[in-house]
Design a protein around this ligand. Structure first.
Ligand code: CAA
Length: 290
């Protein structure tokens, strides 16, 4: 651990992304407090850590001592103030709703010490929309991880127009220090790098499906076995969450008024039925409980 001034990290949101981001930081040696308003999500996150670390040891991917240290480095709490009060960096990973993030950043600004950097893991909300909720816009930026965060190496860091260069650089260095491969975006752009590319693939995959040309299973097969992606777009939506695909589509449609950004009917149907993918046990595919 070698980033000057960063010892304590607070991760807000212990869901799909948050608990794994927190664990990445804990494994790298940082003291991490991970918080969520849901007791159930926190319990699940804690159980995940208790299962994941011994599995890494059993697989020979981590020394017993390192696993014990990582476990000792991570602490879960429902109390936002307790989690953030001594944080040097906060990484926010809550639901993709701007009003929620504005409220949270306002609270964090009041709780955290003056020097604390407030980063958001948002997939598509640029930090210039969130920074005005704080009195420290120069210390706010995007730090975007990919799912599953323990596995995927890339982190997109966005140096927003309000962000101080040294703040973006510190977050870039932090990403490197926790074993990630960061890229620095010098402009805020909708969807950053990866989600722009992914959206183009998803849009076309969905269009082909809606036209009745092929099943989603076959579209996934095509992408895996011809393009070499580890999973096809439908299975990937199950992994990242169909609720997220719905929110992103709706938010983009609201912003642009362009009906091609509206979520496709099958996404709306699955959203309403709570078939959100792996997290609810059913999406395009079924995920029986382990
Ligand atoms: N959490 C933690 N680790 C996991 C995991 C999970 N959910 N799923 C798999 N892994 C780990 C396994 O432990 C295993 O680790 P080791 O090799 O070190 O033992 C490794 O990943 C491979 O796992 P498996 O052999 O079980 O499965 P796989 O080879 O099929 O890989 C996968 C699973 C890593 C998810 C792979 O299919 C993959 O890379 N898929 C693409 C994921 C992707 O594109 N992510 C980006 C999504 S876009 C996004 O996140 C942006 C956004 O804003 C929405």
């Amino acid at each position: 651990m070698a980033i000057a001034g960063i010892n304590n990290i607070c991760v807000v949101g212990a869901g799909n992304m948050g608990h794994q981001i927190a664990l990445c930081c804990a494994i790298a040696g940082y003291k991490v407090k991970c918080t969520d308003i849901s007791r159930e999500i926190l319990t699940k996150a804690d159980e995940f850590v208790n299962t994941y670390l011994p599995q890494r040891v059993a697989k020979g991917k981590m020394a017993e001592e390192a696993a014990q240290q990582a476990r000792a480095n991570i602490f879960f709490t429902r109390d936002l103030e307790e989690a953030a009060v001594d944080a040097d960096v906060v990484i926010e990973a809550v639901l993709e709703k701007l009003d929620l993030k504005l409220k949270l950043f306002d609270q964090l600004d009041k709780i955290c010490p003056e020097h604390t950097i407030l980063a958001t893991n948002s997939s598509f909300i640029v930090s210039s929309k969130i920074a005005p909720a704080t009195k420290r816009p120069e210390k706010v930026c995007n730090m975007h991880f990919f799912n599953p965060a323990l596995v995927m190496k890339l982190v997109e860091v966005v140096n927003g127009p309000h962000t101080a260069d040294e703040v973006a650089q510190k977050i870039f260095d932090l990403a490197k220090d926790i074993g990630k491969i960061p890229v620095m975006l010098q402009k805020e752009i909708y969807g950053f790098l990866v989600n722009r590319i992914l959206a183009a693939i998803n849009h076309e995959a969905m269009h082909i499906y809606d036209m009745g040309v092929a099943s989603y299973e076959d579209i996934d097969k095509a992408v895996v076995h011809a393009l070499g992606h580890p999973m096809g777009p439908f299975r990937l939506m199950d992994l990242t969450g169909i609720d997220l695909s719905y929110y992103i589509g709706m938010e983009r449609y609201r912003e642009t008024g362009d009906p091609t950004h509206k979520p496709s009917p099958i996404i709306v149907e699955k959203y309403v039925k709570k078939e959100w993918g792996q997290k609810t046990g059913k999406g395009f595919y079924d995920y029986p409980p382990k």
